[in-house]
Every structure is written in C-alpha cells, then in structure tokens.
Design a protein around this ligand. Structure first.
Ligand code: PLP
Length: 367
C-alpha cells in the first residue's frame, strides 16, 4: 500500500514500536506502586513527560497525558460549564473534537460564537474582535486545519485576547512535526496534542496547560496526572509518545524538507498532467494538499485509487466513507460539486518521488 493519508494517522516509527514492545514486556508495574518496579515505571512516565514538554517548549509539569487529541480538547472545553462567564468563541473550521463538543456544551446554557475564515481558511481576526464580550470565557482556534492544512495566526490571536484577559486554547494535533510549535512563543493557555499524528502510537495524547490551577478534571478517578486525570497510566503509550516527540524534534527539519519537496513535485506534475484539477492553495501544512477534480466524485476516485493500492482521503479521516460535502471546504467557499470532488493527499516522512510518480500516473488514468 502506498500511503498518502498521514493527516489521518502516521505509521509508528520503528524505534517507537520497539520501545513500546520493550515497555509492555518489562515495565508492566503500576507507576503509582511504591516498590522498585513501580518506581521504574514512574521514572519512565516522567521522562516521557519531559520529552513531550521539550518538543513544544513547555516544562514537564505543564503536560497532562490523555487518551488522545479528542480527550485533550474535551478536557479544556468541558471546564467552561463550571465558569461564571458563559460565552465561548471558536473558528468555523474546528475539528469535531471541538465543534461537536461545543454543540453539546450549548445545551448547558453556554453561548457559542463562531469566527469565519477567508478563502484560504484563515480566521478573520476583525470578526474575533467584534465577537469578544464581557461574558467571553475562552477562545479555541486550531493551530492547523486537518482538511486543508490552513495555519492560523495563533500568536496574533493571543495578543488580542491578552488585552481582555481571555484564555486561548489551540488544537495543535495536526501541527506538531510539520510546523514549529512553541508554547512560549505562541503564549497559549492550553494546547492539545496527539501522538499518532507524529509517528507515535494511537490512543495517547497530551494537554499543555500554562497554569495548572486553571484546570479541573474531566476523567474523574484516582489521583493520577496530579489529580486532574484519573485512570492508571497507559505506560507504553506515554513512553511511545515521549520517544515520538523526541524523534520529531530531532528530525523535524529533515522531514519537513522532504514533505515540501514531495508537495512541490506533485503540484508541478499536476499542472502538466492534470490541468483541470483545482488545488486549494492555502498557507498550508507542508505535505498536505487539498485538490479537486471537478466532475469526478471523490469517493469514486478514492475507491479507484484504493484498487491501485494508493491510500488517500476525501476529508477528515474520522468521517471517511461519509460523502456529505465537507463543512471546512464549504467555509472556504467551494460549491457542493467541487467540494464533493475533493481529495486530501497528505505526505509523510517516508514517501518518495517514485511513489508520487505512481500517484500522478494513476490519477491521470482515472481522471
Ligand atoms: C485537528 C484534530 N484534532 C483532534 C483530532 C483527534 O485526535 P485523536 O485521534 O488523537 O483523538 C484529530 C484527528 O484526526 C485532528 O486532526
């Protein structure tokens, strides 16, 4: 299988895979246990916390492990119902792990406002300023979009919010490993991560919290994660995430260079061989391409590519198989026809020029 769907998930890095196996075999003791093997598990968990913290310029006590990006987002967002202020602002292209949560939270009397995006998928800052009111308790804008790769001006948004003392959450699940994520520079209050998007295991993520006192619990139980996230730690997942975070930090420049080269090569070939294709150009994540083939249905294109052993997506992975027009593509102004003919191609660190050639050749035959 030639895999071009790295925004959905990435293959686990071989070093991470090896580590996970070793940990499951050798360090099964509960990190809360006080005997030697338990203490060893604890040490490994804390090392991973530091590795994740280092990858985003945080300190280790600001990192809380979760079951993934969805839980990290939920953790922050569900705190809103305990706040005195009852208004929250999000962008119109958030992942369902933010937008659907807020639909639910609305039923608790929370008012939700939405900032729209321009045709490049970037939030309209002037709208944000208009939406802010005394009652605003949180703003949540993703760092980079999972369908079109649009990168949001998080630092600028925070500068505005600072004047009003409104905290900012950003879903950086798609960002780490593809663009610089530095919590100090961004100055965000909360940031969500997911290991499986940067060659780590699935079912493990983390939430960065600038100031721990600001955080309540979502998953209530034991005293793990400094009392804010109950449940025995997923040790192998945590350690796998830590190593993946370290590897991504070390190799980021090299991996990004490869993604950019593949993207440039692919788009050049598209121009020559597939002149009717429409590339939705944004200031995008490297290696993530949103491209439409007017007159062709994306689900049919995907099925034909699958038959040729090529994996791509036609929208958010979580709703693949779903052939409704994408709300993100709608938000950037695409008609339903173009919307439904759009593929998302997302390259990864191991993809090659030869694989891109095969993709172009196959797309040309199909289209
Ligand atoms: C932007 C974004 N946020 C959140 C998630 C959910 O992360 P997880 O799969 O770790 O729950 C995804 C996964 O597709 C995503 O792309």
């Amino acid at each position: 299988m030639i895999y071009f769907d790295h925004s959905a998930t990435t293959p686990i890095h071989p070093d991470v895979l090896k580590k996970i196996h070793e940990v499951n075999r050798d360090f099964f003791a509960n990190p809360s246990s006080i005997y030697k093997t338990g203490r060893k598990s604890r040490l490994l968990v804390e090392k991973a916390r530091t590795q994740v913290a280092n990858a985003i310029g945080a300190s280790s006590e600001q990192i809380y492990f979760s079951s993934g990006g969805t839980e990290a987002n939920n953790h922050v967002l569900w705190q809103i119902i305990k706040q005195e202020k009852k208004h929250v602002i999000i962008s119109e292209i958030e992942h369902p792990a933010v937008s659907k949560v807020l639909k639910e939270i609305e039923t608790y009397g929370i008012e939700v406002s939405t900032i729209s995006v321009n045709d490049q998928g970037v939030v309209k800052i002037e709208e944000l300023i208009d939406l802010i009111k005394d009652e605003t308790t949180l703003v949540s804008v993703m760092m980079a979009n999972n369908e079109i790769g649009a990168i949001q001006p998080i630092k600028k948004i925070k500068q505005i919010l600072k004047k009003y003392e409104i905290p900012l959450h950003t879903d950086a699940v798609q960002a780490l490993g593809k663009i610089k994520v530095d919590v100090k520079e961004l100055d965000v209050d909360y940031l969500s991560l997911s290991a499986h998007k940067f060659y780590g295991p699935k079912g493990i993520g983390a939430l960065y919290v600038k100031d721990k006192d600001d955080l309540g619990s979502l998953i209530i139980g034991g005293n793990q994660e400094s009392g804010v996230r109950g449940g025995t730690e997923n040790i192998s997942g945590i350690i796998g995430m830590g190593l993946a975070a370290e590897l991504v930090t070390k190799n980021q420049d090299k991996w990004i260079k490869n993604l950019k080269e593949l993207e440039g090569y692919f788009l050049e070939k598209v121009e020559h061989h597939l002149p009717h294709a429409i590339h939705h150009k944004t200031d995008n994540l490297p290696g993530l391409i949103s491209i439409s083939f007017p007159g062709k249905k994306s689900n049919i294109l995907m099925a034909k590519l699958d038959r040729a052993n090529i994996a791509v997506s036609n929208g958010p992975a979580c709703s693949s198989g779903n052939i409704q027009p994408s709300s993100v593509l709608k938000a950037i102004g695409l008609s339903d026809d173009v919307n439904l003919s759009t593929l998302r191609i997302s390259f990864g660190k191991n993809n090659t020029i030869e694989e891109v050639d095969y993709l172009i050749k196959t797309l040309k035959e199909i289209v």
